[in-house]
Each structure stands twice: as C-alpha cells, then as structure tokens.
Design a protein around this ligand. Structure first.
Ligand SMILES: NC(=O)c1ccc[n+]([C@@H]2O[C@H](COP(=O)([O-])OP(=O)(O)OC[C@H]3O[C@@H](n4cnc5c(N)ncnc54)[C@H](O)[C@@H]3O)[C@@H](O)[C@H]2O)c1
Length: 596
C-alpha cells in the first residue's frame, strides 16, 4: 500500500517553492513552509497569497477553498520546524554546496522514515543524497514553472533510491493531479536537457544583435506555437537560476558548448537583472514579481504597418514559382488587396496554380471566412504569366522557386535586368544564404529574404532576412508589407535557419539523441515537452509531421554553417531517413502511422 503523506515540508519559497506549497495545500495536504529569514518568509507568503487571489479572481478557485488552503500552510523560519513531516521538498537556489548542507541538516532534523526530495533542475540528486545518512530515501521531484499550472513532474531516482520510495512518490504525484515521468539522474533530466540549449542559443542571438528580443520571442511563439518566447521564458525562470542550470549542465553534461552560459547572462545577473522576480530581465515589468511587461527604452515604436523608416510604397507584386509556397503567397497578397503578377514556367503550370488558389479561396468561402465578393475580387487582382518580362513594372518580387542556389541566382540575374529600379527583390529560401542570391544582381541593397511558413495563408509569421548589403529601406519595406498582409514580420540576420529553424531543429535533434541514448522513451519525451513546457506537440510528433528527411537536411545545413559539434545530426535520424522512415508521409517515422 502506498505511503500516506499527510504533512509535507517545503524549503525555500522563491519562484518554485511558493508554487509547490500551493500545489500541496490545494490538494488537501498540510504544508510546513520554511524560509531562511523572516523577510524571505513574508515574501513567500505574499507570493502564495497573490497566486491564490489571482486564481479566485479568475474563477478557478472558490474563496472558501482559498481560505482552507491557507489554513493548511504553516510558515516558519529555519529547518527545525520540519521535525514531523512525511516528505520534504527542497527548492533553494541551484548550488550544490547549499543543497548538500540543507540535506545534511534535514537528515538530522527529520524523522528517519521521512522522504527527502530536491526540486533541483540540473544538479546531481545522487551527490545531494550522499550528504545524508539515508540516500535510499532521497529522490528528485522536479516541478515545472509555474508549479500550480504545469502538469508535468519529473521523478528522478538515483541508483540507490529505494523502489518503494519511487512508487510512493509516483502515487503522490497522481494524487496531486500531475503526470509524472520517472527517469534516472542525468543533468537536466528530460525537459531541461532539451530546453536550455535552445534558451541559451536564443540569448546568444539577442546578445549578438542578430534579432531584437521582441522578434526572437514572436518568431518562436508564432512560428512554433510555443506559449512564450525564449527570452520571456528566461525572465520567468529567473536569470540567476537559468545561469546556474546552464553552468551545471555544461560541467555535468559533457561540456557541450551550447550550455556554456552566454556572457550576457552573467552580466545581467551581476547587475541584478534577474527577470520577473526583480522586475527587470530581458524585459521590464510593472514591479518585481509582476508578469506585466511595461515599455522601456528598447521597446520598438508601434508603426501600425504605416510606412516608417523610409519604407517604399508597394502596390503591385510579382510572385515567381508554382509550388506550394508560391501558391500560398499569391493567395496571401491577392487577399490583402495587392495586384499580383504570377510567373511560372508555362501556361499549363499557371493553370494549375490558378486552380489551387481558387480551391483554397473557395474553402475560405465554404467555411464562412471569406465573402464570395472578396474571393472574386482577390482572383481579379491576379494576372497569370509565363514570362518574367511581365515583372517590368512591379514594386516587389517574391521568388519561391526550387531550393537550388544556381536556379535562384539565374533568376535573380534576370530580375535584375527586367525590373525597374527601386524594386524590392525577395527570396523565400529557407536554407540558402540570401547574400548569394543578392550578389547575382547589381542591386544587393534591394534584396531581402521573406521566409513565409507553410501553409502561407494560415501561418502568422514571416522572417525578414537582411543581408550585410540590404538597405534599411528595403528591410523597412519588407516589414511594412508583412504588416499589411496581417502577418508579423520579424527581422533577422542572414544565417542558416534564420531564427525559427536555427532554434527549433537542434532541439529536435537533441531529442533524437536522448532517445538514441535510451535515457527515455519517445512517449515520455513528448509528454515532458508538452506537459512541462506547454509545447503544442512533442519533438517526435513534430518530427513525424515535418518529415525526417526535411529535418535532417536542415540540421545538416546548420551543422555545416556553424561547425558546432552539438549540431551534428543524430545518427538515429540519419538511419531512419536511410531506411525510408520519413514520418507521416511514408506512414512511418518515429512512430508507426499505418493504422491511422
Ligand atoms: N525557476 C524555475 O523555473 C525552476 C523550475 C524547476 C526547478 N527549479 C529549481 O528549483 C530550485 C529553486 O529555484 P527558484 O527559481 O525557485 O529559486 P529562487 O531564487 O526564486 O528561490 C530560492 C529561495 O530559497 C530561499 N533560501 C535560500 N537559502 C535558504 C535556506 N538555507 N533555507 C531556506 N530557504 C532558503 C531563498 O530565500 C529564496 O526564496 C532550484 O534548484 C531550481 O533549479 C527552478
């Protein structure tokens, strides 16, 4: 029979501890909440009160239940108050020596049968456990931030944790309404091992002015459907905590350079910019602890799509190509009121693209999203051509032909001869350097990347890629066009993968490596990212949708450009592609889709 936990202790009432107290008290368990000093205790009490008051205001918690919840929590300074609890969860800052000291003290204070748990994100639970005389009763219970909301708990067993302790803690997680994944003691466990390389990479992009904080965050939210962008998430985690986690993962996890904290992080921590908890991190908050972002000196001025920064007026747009992307892009421009000239390699292809655009617009009509008159007007704005000469008077050209550099270069050389001066020439390439395409013309200042996402009519994001030769006016024009299309244009440098793919695919590749190392299962890894980090799909679900061949090609490009050893494609990914298991499109990838 599972052990009864009627009273638990929580040590440290910071970002995580206060939330963990709430989780237990909400589920009818008495809590002894401990801090190091009276002011820290008051802060913890205020955090708990703020969180439960917000839950009441949102109608998620009845007032009476909130009051009962608070009655279950006993606050105290010092570990002595934990003498008779059944379980302790430690959530003090991420320092091994501090945690070891606390565990040694807990070992003395607590009853012999008490289970001692750490909420560490990256430190070795084993090393913490050996500071006690009962390492078999020490376990990791890793909650996610914010603890009352996130469903996942990683239960970390060491080589000496007793199986019944693991079983008791698993049963407790179920009682708390959490989903647990039980794993061995490895730096970063599942979720953080996959998350922190990505977060650190995003900080590096920001530090090197590759893109603004707003654009990096918007790219990941809108391009991948994540609940928050990486920099906003760093602020939520706390930059001091994030720094310590990265530092530990770097040292414990094989000195992967991707985990070496970006220098800016250390500077921000030293300067007291710790994120939400201090009121300022990558963003500025209304006050310490508040989730409300307020404008600061780095906040971009709202232009509302108006012509700012020398953006040029665009009325007529040429779209070159006849594939999925070109078809979607034609529709997007025509629907937004632009006159569109579609150029394909023959009238037969034009007829096909025209059919596809009609079908897609008709779907909008059937679904009640588009009026018939608007559909007809959109179609009326498109002219169909098989010769580039018809692009002589357009204001913008969007190229979406096959992803081959020689083909794109030849096309841009022709556009250079045909198009009038001042035209913005855009490529939708997702993997080729935009500068290579730009230098095929005599007007590289007018060349940008406009990386639409598939399906273009649906996806709200466009990456605007500026090369080292792109003029500010061309960039501003591209951005204004995105706004006029109802999309968010994020501006970034001309590097492999731009923002989204550069941040997304190494994470997917890392998940494959984790599976390959038999650390966990595809199901548990998918669960961990969905329930611990709020991702809309787990990495293996996403890989099967994107296609393993496509993913491998992108990962190879990233590796080739940056020569970052951690970006080397996972051998398992290569083998699956060689075996023809490409994902949903071949009915088998990481999972078997043949029965669906
Ligand atoms: N922040 C996150 O998103 C997150 C998520 C999961 C796990 N964790 C882990 O949770 C732990 C706590 O992180 P955090 O972000 O909540 O840190 P935090 O800095 O927000 O809070 C730590 C708290 O511990 C208190 N404390 C310090 N020394 C103490 C002592 N001797 N006795 C009692 N209390 C003491 C501090 O006063 C502070 O309130 C870390 O191990 C971290 O890795 C953090």
């Amino acid at each position: 029979m599972a052990r009864e936990f009627s009273t638990v202790g929580v040590v440290g009432l910071g970002t995580m501890g206060a939330g963990i107290v709430e989780v237990f008290a909400r589920n009818g368990i008495d809590v002894v909440a401990v801090e190091i000093s009276a002011p820290a205790l008051e802060r913890g009490r205020a955090t708990l009160k703020g969180s439960t008051d917000r839950a009441v205001a949102k109608g998620k918690l009845a007032e009476a239940d909130r009051d009962a919840l608070h009655e279950r929590v006993h606050f105290a300074v010092g570990l002595d108050a934990l003498h008779s609890v059944d379980l302790v969860i430690e959530a003090v800052p991420e320092h091994l020596d501090l945690k070891q000291r606390i565990f040694a003290e807990l070992d003395r204070v607590c009853r012999p049968e008490t289970i001692l748990a750490t909420n560490t994100s990256s430190l070795s639970v084993t090393e913490i456990s050996v500071a006690t005389s009962r390492p078999n009763q020490v376990i990791g219970i890793h909650f996610f931030n914010p603890a009352p909301v996130m469903k996942l708990v990683e239960v970390v067993r060491t080589v000496v944790t007793a199986p019944e302790v693991v079983a008791d803690v698993e049963a407790l997680c179920a009682r708390l309404g959490k989903v647990d994944v039980t794993i061995n003691d490895r730096a970063g466990f599942i979720a953080n091992a996959l998350l922190f390389g990505y977060l650190n990479h995003a900080v590096g992009m920001f530090e090197s002015h590759y893109a603004t904080r707003e654009d990096i965050d918007a790219a990941m939210k809108l391009g991948c459907g994540l609940p928050m962008g990486p920099l906003a998430l760093m602020d939520l985690i706390g930059l001091d905590t994030a720094y310590e986690i990265l530092d530990t993962m770097y040292r414990r996890g094989g000195r992967d350079r991707r985990h070496a904290p970006v220098p800016l992080l250390k500077q921000m921590v030293t300067a007291g910019l710790l994120g939400r908890k201090s009121g300022r991190g990558f963003y500025t908050y209304e006050r310490p602890g508040s989730p409300v972002v307020v404008p600061d000196e780095a906040t971009p001025l709202a232009t509302d799509g108006a012509l700012a920064d020398g953006a040029r007026a665009i009325a007529k747009v040429g779209v070159v190509g006849s594939g999925t992307m070109a078809t979607g892009i034609i529709e997007v421009f025509a629907k937004a009121g632009y006159e569109v000239v579609s150029v394909t390699r023959g009238m037969e292809k034009s007829a096909k693209v025209c059919e596809a655009v009609k079908t897609s617009l008709n779907k909008g009509v059937v679904r009640g999203k588009l009026a018939e008159a608007d559909r007809d007007a959109a179609l009326g704005r498109i002219s169909w051509s098989a010769t580039l000469d018809h692009l002589a008077d357009v204001d913008l050209v969007v190229e979406a032909v096959v992803e081959e550099l020689s083909v794109k270069k030849a096309l841009f050389a022709s556009l250079d001869e045909i198009c009038k001066p001042g035209v913005v020439l855009a490529t939708t390439t997702s993997s080729l350097p935009v500068i290579d395409v730009a230098m095929a013309t005599h007007r590289p200042a007018d060349v940008v990347g406009l990386h639409f996402f598939n399906p273009a009519p649906v996806m709200p994001l466009v990456e605007v890629v500026r090369t080292i030769r792109t003029s500010p006016e061309a960039t501003a024009t591209a951005r204004a066009v995105c706004a006029a299309l109802g999309k968010t244009g994020v501006v970034c440098g001309d590097r492999s993968g731009f923002i989204v793919n550069a941040l997304l695919f190494p994470y997917l590749n890392d998940a494959v490596k984790m599976l390959e190392a038999s650390y966990s299962t595809a199901d548990d890894i998918d669960h961990a990212m969905k329930l611990g980090c709020g991702y809309p799909m787990g990495p293996f679900e996403l890989l099967d949708v994107v296609g393993l061949d496509v993913s491998l090609a992108i990962q190879r490009e990233l590796y080739l450009e940056l020569r970052e050893p951690g970006f080397a494609p996972a051998p398992l990914l290569e083998h699956l592609v060689t075996a023809g298991y490409l994902g949903r499109k071949t009915r088998r990838g990481f999972r078997d889709h043949s029965h669906r």
